[in-house]
Design a protein around this ligand. Structure first.
Ligand code: ADP
Ligand code: ZN
Ligand code: ZN
Length: 751
């Protein structure tokens, strides 16, 4: 007599209960393994959260009563899919924590942690194609020679090569007997075995001969693997060699026979990164990112889960991958917004990673040149140990950063005369110039010259951006696009003005100024197709184009060693946004873009055009650097009672009906208010809690839906979660959910 609690995807606040009919299913379900269960008319795959066994019918009835289950209504599970857990007890703890903390149904959280094929009920093992390569020359030299009479082994060695792996199919075509000699050669070390489809391991990669500098060595040695959980903030200026430090730490962990999880932003996971890791570590690295197909994803998952691969390099969702024997967690560019899931199950991979390290009792390292204010605060308050890299590894100089006061300056297409002169000078000196403008397209507004009509998106509260190359209007918020009109829909005039700057227009202008120079524009429009991004950045790196124009895509991870001048054209909106995090983002962007310059022997110059050279945050950033900026910004947050000093949860609601979202949030607000006195009475007297709104979202209408938001805030995290937890079931039960799309965003990154 057994009741099985199963997490299935859907709006269920708790797992669903099923009976185990031992006559129908021979295998026994295990916690952390999958089962197939009936739900309404469907059959679903879910993960077993608990198994409760009762000695007899009577105990079962009592058990059901205690769980307020109606025994007669319980259905039986259809099949047991795993007889060994896919998730260990620690994995389960992490996933349950994430469900609790992000107020996301456990079934949805479990789904995020499983590759699609496993969600569909496939077996976890991947039938990879096994293939073999000769061990590298350096290893073969150290081996005793094979006896001359080992004919089959020698013939096999002749067949294999060091650079190309051969599969059984290949070998069958060339040799009659190779399995037995292959086994022997593997044992002796002459041959290495690899498994595709998800590993692309080339044993021929040579390990770079870098010797860590003193700062790097200190950082690598700071991790004490005997100490259990410990969090580190690795703050290293761009080019200081943070990756080298990660690799040193990883190597130490691998020596202890443990696995490593490394998370990087989506844009940072290039084949070059993977190769850099494999070359240094001299072993295959599994990767997980959005470009994989279902089979590759499953393969990587399985190799890590079963302990066949020691290192996983992945993006956001890889944080939930189960490991056989995890020993170290690393996150590069920890400030990056791509670590926050912005729809569905809205989690912060950074916070989940730290939590995971805590549960697994292993070290975690968060690295960045521009750490988030949250992480800096944790370092300041000694929750994280603070490691710093203050020199550029390859000896290059830091760029010289200056504010360019453009008040009253004549601007030609957004570029001031001093900047234009500087460009000419750097180009004449054989430098490479990078111009940064975070707006793609030709112009953000298309306006009728006679009546002032503006092209607006029919579904959003936003203008359509004019794209000249395709002569189209495009909404950057919902993707709606159509041909640009010949005449004004309002007054039939054929005269339009294109207002404002986009990268396309900048490209046209700059090319007309410097017709002799080659120019490359890198933005979402020029890198739409697979492989284009890699190709363009490669060209940029090699210095093939003298002038680079880019959006924030260019601010991350890429090194352009020949760039000597960086111009930032328009950063002022970051100073006066309604989003309190805008200044932090602006500062990170400035520092990251500046870091692209002068990475090699040439010292770089960075020019920031601004109408607000007196702005205190901007001044501090330029005069004293990011850390001083961050200190000042944190003071401002403290005074204003904002994160990380207070905790926030945002509830969003949107509907086609203009009122429904607002009503829905008002219902929630009412419930919250009624619970508040008891909540605060139970908490200590220092605890505060407020609910603010509902208010219209910054862009009230988007994709045809009216959007509102409700903000919960408290200086005590536990109280905040308890408060929301008390109304959760009412939210799910609201009749308005039929009309309203809603979501809970814990620690929201964007307001
Ligand atoms: P970051 O991630 O901090 O911007 P990287 O780790 O990418 O920096 O290193 C920047 C460059 O410096 C890379 O080309 C790297 O190979 C080189 N580098 C880093 N550390 C060393 C070292 N100790 N000796 C020589 N070159 C190094
Ligand atoms: Zn008009
Ligand atoms: Zn739109």
């Amino acid at each position: 007599m057994t009741i099985i609690e199963v997490a299935v995807a859907g709006p269920f606040l708790t797992p669903l209960s099923y009976l185990l009919d031992s006559t129908a299913t021979a295998a026994l379900p295990v916690v952390g393994g999958r089962v197939r269960v009936p739900f309404r008319s469907k059959s679903l795959v879910g993960v077993v959260m608990a198994v409760q066994t009762f000695v007899d019918e009577q105990a079962l009835q009592a058990g059901c009563a205690a769980l307020s289950l109606n025994l007669k209504k319980l259905k039986s599970i259809e099949a047991v899919l795993d007889t060994a857990p896919l998730f260990s007890a620690k994995d389960m703890e992490l996933l349950k924590w994430a469900s609790f903390y992000y107020h996301e149904p456990i079934g949805n959280v479990m789904q995020t942690a499983l590759p699609k094929r496993l969600r569909q009920g496939e077996v976890p093992e991947v039938e990879g194609v096994t293939s073999w390569v000769l061990a590298p020359q350096s290893i073969r030299e150290t081996l005793p020679p094979l006896p001359a009479n080992a004919k089959q082994q020698l013939a096999l060695i002749d067949c294999l090569s060091e650079s190309q792996a051969l599969s059984a199919e290949h070998l069958n075509a060339q040799l009659n007997h190779w399995r037995t000699p292959m086994k022997r050669l593997l044992d002796l070390g002459w041959v290495q075995e690899t498994t595709s489809p998800c590993l692309n391991w080339h044993s021929k990669l040579t390990r770079p001969g870098h010797i860590l500098n003193a700062e790097q060595q200190v950082a690598v040695d700071a991790v004490d693997f005997d100490k259990g959980y410990q969090a580190f903030l690795l703050e290293g200026i761009t080019g200081s060699g943070k990756t080298e430090v990660y690799l040193g730490m990883i190597e130490r962990c691998l020596h202890l026979g443990k696995q490593v999880l490394v998370l990087v932003p989506e844009i940072g996971l290039t084949p070059q990164t993977v190769q850099r890791f494999e070359a240094y570590l001299q072993q295959p690295v599994a990767v997980m990112h959005s470009g994989l197909n279902d089979k590759e994803r499953q393969c990587a998952w399985w190799l890590v889960q079963s302990g066949r691969v020691q290192v996983l390099l992945g993006t956001r969702s890889a944080v939930f991958t189960p490991f056989a024997n995890l020993g170290l967690c690393i996150m590069d560019e920890e400030h990056d917004l791509s670590f926050k899931q912005q729809d569905g199950f809205r989690y912060s991979a950074r916070d989940c990673l730290v939590r995971r390290a805590h549960l697994e009792k292993v070290p975690v390292v968060l690295g960045s040149a521009t750490p988030s204010l949250e992480s800096l605060y944790n370092a300041q308050t000694q929750r994280y140990a603070w490691l710093k890299l203050q020199q550029r590894a390859a000896g290059a100089q830091l760029p010289n950063v200056q504010l360019l006061d453009i008040r009253g300056e004549k601007l030609a297409e957004g570029v001031s005369t001093p900047l234009r002169k500087l460009m000419a000078q750097h180009l004449a000196d054989q430098g490479q110039v990078l111009l940064f403008l975070n707006r793609r397209g030709f112009a953000p507004v298309l306006m009728c010259h006679d009546c002032g009509w503006q092209a607006a998106c029919p579904s959003c509260d936003a203008n359509m951006t004019y794209h000249q190359q395709v002569n189209e209007l495009r909404c950057h918020h919902c993707g709606y696009q159509h041909k640009a009109p010949h005449t004004c829909p309002h007054c039939q005039s054929a005269e339009f003005v294109k207002v404002g700057q986009g990268t396309e227009r900048l490209e046209e202008t700059i090319q007309s100024w410097f017709p002799e120079e080659s120019l490359l524009r890198i933005d979402a429009d020029t890198t739409r197709l697979k492989g284009q991004m890699a190709e363009l950045t490669q060209q940029a790196k090699e210095g093939k184009a003298r002038i680079l124009i880019g959006t924030q895509m260019l601010a991350k991870g890429h090194h352009f060693p020949q760039v000597t001048l960086v111009g930032l054209l328009d950063i002022d909106q970051g100073l006066f946004s309604s989003d309190f995090r805008a200044a932090e983002r602006m500062a990170q962007l400035i520092v990251q873009v500046s870091g692209r310059a002068g990475r090699a022997e040439k010292t770089g110059t960075v020019m920031i055009q601004t109408h607000h050279p007196e702005h205190p945050l901007l001044k501090t950033l330029v005069a004293e650097g990011y850390e001083a900026f961050a200190k000042q910004a944190l003071l401002g947050r403290e005074e204003a009672g904002l994160p990380p000093y207070e905790y926030q949860i945002l509830i969003r609601a949107e509907a086609i009906d203009a009122q429904a979202g607002w009503q829905f949030l008002n219902e929630i607000k009412f419930s919250l208010q009624s619970l508040k006195p008891t909540l605060l009475a139970q908490a200590s007297s220092q605890v505060n809690a407020q609910v603010m709104g509902p208010v219209a979202a910054p862009m009230m209408r988007r994709q045809g839906r009216y959007r509102y938001q409700l903000l919960l805030q408290s200086n005590h995290r536990g109280t905040l979660h308890q408060w929301l937890g008390q109304v959760e079931s009412r939210i799910y039960a609201s009749k308005l959910t039929a009309k309203v799309r809603w979501s809970i965003d814990v620690d929201p990154q964007e307001m």
